[in-house]
Ligand binder design. Structure first.
Ligand SMILES: Nc1ncnc2c1ncn2[C@@H]1O[C@H](COP(=O)(O)OP(=O)(O)OP(=O)(O)O)[C@@H](O)[C@H]1O
Length: 403
């Protein structure tokens, strides 16, 4: 009778050999690699476009403990890329929705659900119990907070980013001398330059690729398959080949977070990361009529009245042409913002009694465009439409598409 060698370490359950067999047979992986995964823990911050695929592959591979941190709730517009969430979980906390999907995929994984925003007051205590940190978020303050926390806790930070057709991947704080996020990006971008996926657009498969790579890098780190060399991977879905890798130097001695030449950042708990990144992003949407020159703005209700009257007017829609092709108000003219800013004159009415209403999706770009028009023609009556087409859909015409 064949005897099992009891000296050999074992996976927790007999059927785990079947579940993970296809990866355990890989050279360099083996039982040892699977046991390392089983005994490991990974925390994923952000259960969105990057976090969903990352969590899915980490759970399927058999990582023993997964932390899911996200304060947001599932929306319909998330489902195009945040593949753990479904129509049925719209309105639920993303952390809860993702945890349910992961539990269905692999019930053996221990899951910590944390439907909370990671901030400087809770980051160190939330992240400390885990071996590897995955940054699957979408904003600069959280990126710096995560990087500083990873440095402080001496843990690798697998960071992903994706926008439009582009993605980036990097392991910060790798080994003894891998650079941190601040070594590469000592200064944050201006808040208005850090556009969200809502503003810039994102192809779902791009977040799938980067999120998968984050899971892969975490698995390589845990199982000892990573070569320990720091690099920045750049992806563009439309380029051939789509991947490029840039080797990274070791950490910068002068880095304010990880450099040896004097640490300059203070206690994480006392650092205001939002202020460091230039303050909250200008919340244009909330700029009411009373706050900023009422005479230079028009709300959608007033715009509707204009349409119903015989006021002489023209509507300039400054969204990109692709968006103008998705939906538009009748009798509006497309002049994308960049074209208008380069030279507004050809697009303006010669009849000075003709009022100009400038329109965009959310009411941000139209303000910039209206200001530019006023600079070149102070005699025209120019108004931006507060809240843009989103407000039109919400307040005037529910059949007008929201995207
Ligand atoms: N400090 C933070 N703590 C916890 N979760 C965070 C933090 N910062 C960002 N996130 C989460 O990271 C995720 C980023 O994913 P993604 O950009 O795909 O989603 P989104 O914010 O829903 O996108 P959209 O721009 O379309 O609204 C979001 O679910 C967001 O709530």
């Amino acid at each position: 009778m064949a005897m099992v060698d009891n000296d050999l370490p074992q996976l927790s359950h007999l059927d785990d050999y079947q579940r993970y067999g296809r990866q355990m047979v890989l050279d360099g992986f083996g039982l040892e690699g699977q046991l390392k995964l089983q005994n490991s823990s990974v925390v994923v911050i952000g259960a969105g476009g990057l976090g969903c695929p990352a969590l899915q592959y980490l759970a399927a591979a058999g990582v023993g403990r997964l932390g899911i941190i996200d304060h947001d709730t599932v929306e319909l517009s998330n489902l195009q890329r945040q593949i753990l969430h479904t129509d049925k979980t719209i309105g639920s906390p993303k952390a809860v929705s993702a945890a349910r999907a992961i539990a269905a995929l692999n019930p053996r994984v221990n899951i910590d659900v944390c439907p909370t925003a990671l901030d400087s007051s809770n980051a160190l205590s939330i992240l400390a119990p885990y071996d590897v940190i995955l940054d699957c978020t979408d904003n600069a303050p959280t990126r710096y907070l995560l990087s500083d926390s990873a440095v402080r806790l001496r843990k690798p930070l697998v960071s992903g980013a994706a926008q439009k057709f582009d993605g980036q991947l990097c392991i910060y704080n790798l080994g003894d001398d891998g650079p941190c996020y601040r070594c590469i990006f000592p200064k944050p971008p201006a808040p208005e330059m850090a556009g969200s996926c809502e503003e810039t657009g994102i192809l779902g498969a791009v977040t799938g690729i980067i999120g998968n790579l984050q899971a892969l890098e975490a698995i390589k780190l845990i199982t000892g398959l990573h070569d320990g060399k720091a690099s920045l991977l750049l992806f563009n879905a439309l380029s051939v080949p789509p991947f490029r890798t840039v080797k990274l130097r070791s950490r910068k001695p002068t880095c304010a977070a990880c450099g040896i030449e004097g640490q300059k950042i203070g206690a994480i708990e006392e650092t205001d990361y939002v202020a460091f990144c230039g303050g909250a992003r200008p919340d244009w949407l909330e700029r009411g009529l009373e706050v900023s020159r009422p005479e230079s703005r028009i709300c959608v209700k007033e715009l509707k009245s204009v349409f119903e009257s015989n006021v002489n007017h023209t509507i300039i829609d400054v969204r990109p042409r692709t968006e103008f092709g998705i939906c538009r108000l009748s009798r509006s003219t497309s002049v994308p913002l960049n074209i208008l800013l380069a030279n507004p004159a050809p697009y303006l009415p010669s009849d000075k009694s003709c009022q100009v209403f400038v329109l965009c999706r959310l009411g941000n770009d139209s303000q910039i465009a209206a200001d530019a028009i006023r600079v070149i023609d102070s005699n025209l009556i120019v108004k931006d439409v507060v809240g843009g087409l989103r407000a039109w859909s919400n307040e005037i015409d529910p059949s007008f598409p929201v995207y």
